[in-house]
Design a protein around this ligand. Structure first.
Ligand code: ADP
Ligand code: MG
Length: 552
């Protein structure tokens, strides 16, 4: 399809190359909204603890079974540009706060659905967008007021970490391991949380996740240290070192070879030995420097020469070579050791400490465990499961649990889940809409209704009558302490979610609402979609467009 227009003289003019497709105005809007709604529809049934799983089969037949919105969308091969935008929003939500992806997508879909109704009533997209913008601002104000502050100076704050972790994993198919995982997530995040000045930081990148098939989810463990996917470089080395003093070295224990190949001719046999001895002596000297600092375990980021390996083994030092850059960094944080770039600089105080360094066989591979570190600022979680698929879902569960616990550390406010916060925001927005008045009022009201898609969907997925629940929920929110009332999907009743320990980080909700609205607004503002043809158009036949009617 080529797009043609005409000059005033009636001559056809080609504006866009052939193969380009275009849709405009209402048609473009409707198409885009439809695409976004489909994406929302796909993940909708997975929302909440009673949500269902999806099985995704990729082009080479690999199967993923999950309940995780972000994963479902990542694995789906989405083509439509608007649908892709929604997928992108889910991804950002996952990157920024680590949870609430399904919520974001479902909410964005609902905002667009409600906008469609308004468009049909001839309310211009610009009005809808500005109404939505006002609604978001109001939501942020209300959220800030409703958020319950978690006192991080009080030792009991870890109970809250565990509760948010449990809530985030409510929808994961890990069965009874949930409790165990929440405990691990709590301890891991507590370990890596740091106060810098007045602000708390919890960087989950300092938590290493290692997966090994075998055993069961209950055998998943937190290591107060780091696991290296390596083995000791020499078989004569000790496999278990207690109260280890660890040297972290970023320099090769090898003799550097010259860049250009030089030929050395030695005629005297005695001199050959002397020459070789010289190399060996240099390596021996290196090992001596390491030994002198008091090292019992050496983690080297570069290679270790055979001869050096031999000397290290003789000294009873457990050594690992070619450790990963990222692992070195974590090791430094876990053992409180300093990475040395030059062996001459290695001092006893640079060494890291660990209660135990041990080579263990996990499944059929050997790994080095550096554990029992005192106050480690990097830790490791070893996930175990009988099946790879189970292990992957466990990893996603741990990922969410760690993310929400870290969210609470970085922004220490929580809200009640189970649709409670969405219902409360909805109520506040309805009151606010009346004050705004005009056409924007309709948009703000549409926004308020869209928020209710969360409790509605939670109810629906639990097989409950969503209209009944919504009516009960609205009336509960008019009463004192109403802000905590949400859908208890297990009893099928409206209940105080805060008392039921169904709590979520404030930042997850803030981010979900902001980014869903941003995406919906961006999609609403589009009134013209021009898609370039993927393949080059064939050259025009001589004679131009004779006989071809222009298409509009
Ligand atoms: P998302 O990808 O948005 O995090 P989930 O499938 O994890 O989607 O579901 C999250 C929703 O489930 C949140 O609204 C949360 O409050 C709710 N939820 C979690 N546990 C419960 C529970 N026990 N009862 C009711 N709702 C719950
Ligand atoms: Mg979740």
């Amino acid at each position: 399809m080529a797009y043609l227009t005409q000059t005033s003289g009636g001559q056809p003019v080609l504006i866009l190359k052939e193969g380009t497709s275009r849709s405009r105005g209402k048609e473009a809007q409707k198409n885009n909204i439809a695409a976004a709604k489909i994406i929302a529809e796909v993940v909708r049934s997975t929302l909440g603890p009673r949500g269902m799983d999806k099985m995704i089969v990729d082009s080479i037949g690999d199967i993923t079974i999950t309940n995780d919105g972000a994963t479902i969308l990542k694995e789906m091969d989405v083509e439509h540009p608007t649908a892709k935008m929604i997928v992108e929003v889910a991804k950002t939500q996952d990157d920024m706060v680590g949870d609430g992806t399904t919520t974001t997508v479902v909410f964005a879909g609902e905002l667009l659905k409600k906008a469609e109704d308004l468009l049909d009533q001839n309310i211009h997209a610009t009005i809808i967008v500005s109404g939505y913008r006002k609604a978001v601002q109001k939501c942020m104000e209300v959220l800030d007021k409703l958020g319950i502050t978690v006192d991080l100076e009080d030792a009991h704050y870890t109970d809250t970490l565990k509760k948010v972790a449990l809530t985030s994993m409510a929808s994961k198919t890990i069965g009874t391991a949930r409790e165990h995982f929440a405990e691990i997530a709590k301890e891991a995040v507590k370990a890596i949380a740091e106060k810098r000045g007045d602000t708390w930081i919890a960087d989950v990148d300092n938590i290493q996740i290692v997966k090994k098939e075998g055993k069961s989810l209950q055998d998943t463990e937190l290591i107060k240290g780091i696991i290296l996917d390596k083995e000791a470089v020499h078989s004569d080395m000790p496999k278990r070192v207690q109260k280890a003093k660890i040297a972290l070295v970023n320099a090769p224990l090898e003799i550097e070879k010259t860049e250009t190949s030089a030929e050395i001719r030695i005629r005297d046999p005695a001199k050959i030995t002397a020459f070789l001895d010289k190399e060996t002596n240099m390596l021996k000297a290196m090992v001596e420097k390491i030994k002198k600092a008091g090292t019992t375990v050496l983690i080297c980021q570069k290679g270790i020469d055979d001869a050096a390996q031999h000397f290290l083994a003789k000294e009873g030092i457990l050594a690992v070579q070619r450790a990963k850059d990222s692992d070195m960094d974590k090791l430094s944080k876990a053992t409180d050791g300093k990475i040395t770039n030059n062996l001459d600089d290695l001092k006893p105080e640079d060494l890291g400490h660990a209660e135990l360094v041990e080579e263990r066989k996990i499944g059929d591979v050997k790994m080095i465990f550096i554990e029992g570190c005192k106050d480690p600022k990097a830790v490791s979680i070893l996930i175990r499961a009988g099946l790879t698929r189970m292990m992957d879902e466990a990893e996603r569960a741990i990922h969410d649990a760690l993310a929400v616990a870290a969210d609470v550390i970085e922004k220490n406010k929580i809200v009640a889940g189970g649709g409670a916060i969405e219902a409360e925001l909805s109520k506040e927005l309805r009151n606010y809409a009346v004050k705004v008045g005009g056409r924007e009022q309709l948009a703000i009201e549409a926004f308020a209704e869209s928020l209710e898609i969360i409790p509605k969907t939670l109810a629906e997925n639990a097989g409950l009558e969503k209209i009944d629940i919504l009516v009960a929920l609205r009336s509960a929110h008019e009463k004192p302490k109403g802000q905590y009332m949400g859908v208890d999907v297990f009893t099928g009743k409206v209940a105080n979610m805060y008392e039921k320990d169904v709590i979520e980080p404030l930042s997850v909700k803030e981010h979900a609402i902001k980014s869903a609205t941003e995406a919906a607004s961006m999609i609403l503002r589009i009134d013209d979609v021009i898609a370039g043809g993927k393949t080059k158009a064939p050259p025009m036949p001589p004679g131009g467009y004779g006989g071809m009617p222009p298409e509009y």
